[in-house]
Design a protein around this ligand. Structure first.
Ligand code: TSJ
Length: 647
């Protein structure tokens, strides 16, 4: 058990009071401990519990973990580990298992200040889940006895009870998220849990994780077990995205240094995108850190050294850049270490410098050996990088031409842009609108002081197959680039942004979702800081107009529509409501569009997160890629989610 500043040292009564105060604090400010009380926070509860079983598996004592969703959205997690210890803890006079669920661990992953990962692999722990659950029940078997305890909103209902004899060992925890805390929803999304648990199964090769959904009429179950570990992860990503690989085998490298372990799995595909997923102690380090830096620098050096040695790069050629050697690369980096330091605002960046040295040294030495032993694979990868480097040169020239041209044309704004009168990014917005008729309504309905409108036209560019040089000559995206003013890729300069908000406005149908996916993918790949800094939004036009005479309501969902019908035309009266379903933005007149979607006083908008954009990028890859089978499979599997996923 970790040192814990909250652990009371006094007698039983005093400790109990502090226990309750600790968990009350969690209930008062749940966001501090689990990030949010929305769906993300809700799913986080499951991860917090499962992480404990995974730790037990990593310690070598458990090989099967079962996660079940029961009717009523009760979660049950079981493992066949040693069982949480039940012995009395001297500081508290309570069984260790009771302490695990009732005493708040110091700090918190999302808490302000004082957070330090102290060797333990998991986050804020079981007591936070307990505090935020309407009820929680734990059962522990230690090979001799079965024990049971129940808690309600963090309070123990009764002390730990011995229930009988058993030869089994393991831990089972069942809980019901508290609807008082999770007011938005307590319903779990099977796919969300599946994705996360699959990731954990990849990261912990050999561990069996079963996800079972017993909420519906027919049970749904997925067995997650990958002997190949992160090798299987890379393979899975390529198959799922329908990407053709450049070489058959996933390259796998690993090394140890004291208590630290580093592993890399990598493979090239025929796209132009790089995907590097890095993890430290099974936590996804979305902001990278020392392990990722070590990998990238070593990869660039290996590629250049090998290419020079084998005459692939001539004396007169310039070195490959990091971007050249990562084009079309999918890599998973996983490190496990004690005393991991997580840095940055979201604590998603690894800081330990010793890990950089470990990964760098390992990748340089072992990848070089791999290339020497597999010259055909090396050659295929080198050719890919050569191509990338030539395309980069071509893009540079295209960019210079574009720059020179725009200097000549005195930075011409696109002809279809209806600019706002106010200048500068502060308080201004640009609506990017698909379709001419919607563009026309938006131009007439807007407040021209601070709202600019850019209608899009022309054929869509397949960003998946396009490099930067293609973007510069694309008639659909180029107006967006010039209107925003920032440039793209390595030229991107946010200080040149001409509008504070960039709002995508498209229909709520399949074509609309295509254009949203395209634009988000484009921003994600070429103007990522716009997303990171929260500049990109999605307009939310209403789906229905419900009216009775002069009374009008706009509804954004089926439920809202039904509610307005009830309000305007109560049952029992013979009033009749007129319900209009908007099939597209073009069906709204300028005033309606202003009132419902563009007027800051009434409108709702979605701000796009990096995660949304990553999802769009993934969808885009599948929808636009060459292979038909994954696309078909994706559409079939996701038909019911498309609205949700397509953002
Ligand atoms: F955290 C938790 F309570 F929520 C939880 C813990 C939930 C679940 C589903 C499993 C577990 C858990 C904890 N599984 N296995 C363990 N193991 C221990 O707590 C344990 C057992 C023995 C020893 C030892 O040193 O003998 C040490 C530990 C940490």
């Amino acid at each position: 058990m970790e040192e814990n500043t909250n652990t009371p040292q006094q007698e039983y009564d005093g400790s109990q009071i502090q226990v309750l105060e600790g968990l009350e604090a969690v209930r008062k400010r749940p966001g501090m401990y689990i990030g949010s009380t929305g769906p993300r926070g809700l799913h986080h509860l499951v991860y917090e519990i499962v992480d404990n079983s995974i730790d037990e598996a990593l310690a070598g004592y458990c090989d099967k973990i079962v996660v079940e969703l029961l009717p009523g959205d009760i979660v049950r997690v079981s493992d066949d580990g040693r069982g949480i210890p039940v012995g009395i803890q001297p500081q508290t006079g309570l069984p260790a298992v009771t302490v695990v669920f009732t005493i708040l661990h110091a700090g918190g992953k999302f808490g302000g200040g004082g957070y330090k990962v102290s060797g333990g692999l998991h986050g804020v722990g079981a007591s936070v889940v307990n505090a935020l659950s309407e009820w929680l029940e734990v059962q522990v078997c230690d090979g001799q006895h079965r024990y049971y305890q129940r808690f309600e909103r963090g309070h123990e209902v009764a002390p730990l009870q011995m229930m009988g004899d058993t030869t089994e060992t393991g831990t089972q925890v069942a809980f019901k998220a508290d609807p008082e805390i999770f007011q938005e929803t307590t319903v779990y999304d099977y796919e969300v849990l599946l994705t996360r648990l699959r990731e954990q199964a990849f990261l912990n090769a050999g561990t069996y994780i079963v996800l079972r959904d017993l909420r519906g009429a027919a049970p749904v179950e997925e067995d997650l077990h990958y002997e190949g570990g992160i090798r299987s992860f890379v393979d899975y990503i390529h198959k799922k995205r329908g990407l053709e690989t450049l070489h058959d085998e996933v390259i796998y490298i690993s090394a140890k240094d004291g208590d630290s372990i580093a592993e890399v799995a990598m493979q090239y595909n025929d796209s132009y995108n790089e995907l590097i997923l890095s993890f430290a102690n099974n936590i996804h380090t979305t902001d990278g850190g020392t392990h990722e830096v070590g990998f990238k620098t070593a990869l660039t050096r290996v590629m250049n050294d090998y290419a020079r040695k084998n005459g692939i790069l001539k004396d007169s050629d310039k070195n490959f850049t990091g971007e050249d050697v990562r084009e079309g690369l999918t890599a998973v980096i996983s490190v496990k270490l004690t005393e991991a330091q997580f840095e940055g605002q979201t604590k998603a960046k690894l800081g330990n410098t010793a890990i950089r040295t470990l990964v760098d040294g390992m990748v340089y030495a072992k990848l070089m050996t791999y290339f020497e032993e597999n010259p055909a694979v090396a050659r295929a990868i080198m050719d890919k990088s050569l191509n990338a480097s030539r395309a980069r040169e071509a893009a540079r020239r295209a960019r210079e031409v574009a720059r020179r041209k725009s200097a000549l044309e005195s930075a011409q704004l696109p002809g279809k842009l209806a600019d706002c009168s106010q200048k500068g990014a502060e308080g201004t917005e640009i609506y990017i609108v698909e379709g001419d008729s919607a563009g026309g309504s938006a131009k007439m309905g807007r407040d021209r002081k601070f709202q600019a409108i850019l209608p899009l036209w022309g054929k869509m560019l397949n960003v998946e197959k396009a490099r930067l040089d293609k973007v510069y000559s694309n008639e659909k995206l180029m107006p967006v680039v010039t209107a925003l003013g920032t440039g793209i890729g390595e030229d991107f300069d946010i200080s040149k942004l001409r509008y504070g908000r960039v709002i995508i406005m498209a229909d709520a149908d399949v074509d609309g979702s295509h254009i949203r996916t395209l634009l988000l993918t484009f921003f994600f790949r070429f103007m990522r800081p716009l997303i990171e800094e929260g500049h990109i939004c999605i307009a939310q036009p209403p789906l229905f107009k419900v009216s009775r005479g002069k009374q009008v309501r706009y509804a954004f969902s089926d439920e809202e529509r039904d509610q307005y019908i009830k309000e305007l035309c109560p049952e029992g009266t013979n009033a009749k409501c007129d319900v209009q379903r908007y099939k597209g933005l073009g069906e709204m007149d300028p005033e309606q569009l202003w009132e419902t979607t563009m007027n800051p006083a009434n409108r709702t908008m979605l701000r796009v997160s990096l995660e949304d954009a990553m999802k769009a990028d993934e969808i885009f890859t599948i929808l636009m890629g060459d292979k038909v089978a994954p696309r078909k499979e994706f559409i079939e599997q996701n038909a019911q989610y498309v609205r949700e996923l397509d953002i």
